[in-house]
Design a protein around this ligand. Structure first.
Ligand SMILES: [Zn+2]
Length: 238
């Protein structure tokens, strides 16, 4: 078994029914875990029954590598949706099962999209999504939430932009959120190499960041969160 599971997302602009929307795709009602729970969930035996139940449910919603690739290809082929994956290294901390604490785009609305109920659905397992209407996410920039939460939201957009720009060459992106709010990232190429060049993202309307200018070389020491995002390796047959 691979030592990772994945959560898959699609950001769709101008969806005919939903407008700008983020879908957090999940495996609906997995019958058997992909490995014993104690191998998949960190500190499993120390959890109480309720915690175990929640952790199992969340874990079973994640995709294996093969499943994630199939979902990505299906969404692209059937709907024209791009997807990206957030890696979940195993064993997984129960608090890190979903990205809802940081990404704020999953369960907070309770909205569910039953992809598997669409006519002609043909994946061998059921995929549903939590979805969240995005509206104008840039307008929320001044909202008093923490830096990581805002950073993750930007990462989702940034990743989909970068993958759109380099559909073949870039398979992954490593994002680093710094304490000052700046986001640094490295591209990961098809052969597995990490780009030596570090990309830096700041909102265009913001002033230059003083913390980053003063400590240009030592940015790694100021990383407060690291996220790895993978592009789906689409095998679209037509
Ligand atoms: Zn900065």
């Amino acid at each position: 078994m691979s030592n990772k599971l994945y959560r898959a997302y699609s950001l769709v602009d101008d969806h005919p029914d939903l407008g700008n929307v983020c879908f957090a795709w999940f495996y609906h009602l997995r019958k058997k875990p992909v490995a014993p729970y104690q191998d998949l969930i960190e500190g499993y035996h120390a959890l109480n029954e309720a915690e175990k139940g929640n952790a199992k449910r969340d874990l079973n919603e994640l995709f294996t590598d093969d499943e994630a690739q199939a979902v990505g290809a299906y969404l692209k082929h059937e709907y024209g949706f791009e997807s990206f994956l957030i890696e979940k290294p195993l064993p997984l901390n129960p608090k890190d099962m979903t990205d809802e604490a940081t990404l704020k785009i999953e369960r907070d609305t309770g909205a569910i999209y039953m992809l598997a109920a669409e006519p002609g659905y043909s994946l061998p397992f059921e995929v549903w999504a939590y979805y969240h209407l995005l509206g104008d996410w840039k307008a929320e920039k001044t909202e008093p939430s923490n830096i990581i939460s805002r950073g993750k939201k930007k990462i989702a957009w940034l990743a989909s932009d970068i993958f759109r720009a380099f559909p073949k060459a870039v398979t992954g992106l490593v994002f680093y959120i710094l304490g000052c709010g700046c986001i640094y990232y490295q591209r990961k190429f098809v052969n597995g190499d990490l780009d030596h060049k570090i990309g830096i993202y700041r909102d265009a309307e913001d002033e230059a960041c003083e913390a980053c200018m003063a400590m240009a070389g030592a940015w790694k020491n100021r990383v407060i969160d690291e996220t790895v995002v993978y592009n789906c390796k689409f095998q679209v047959k037509s």
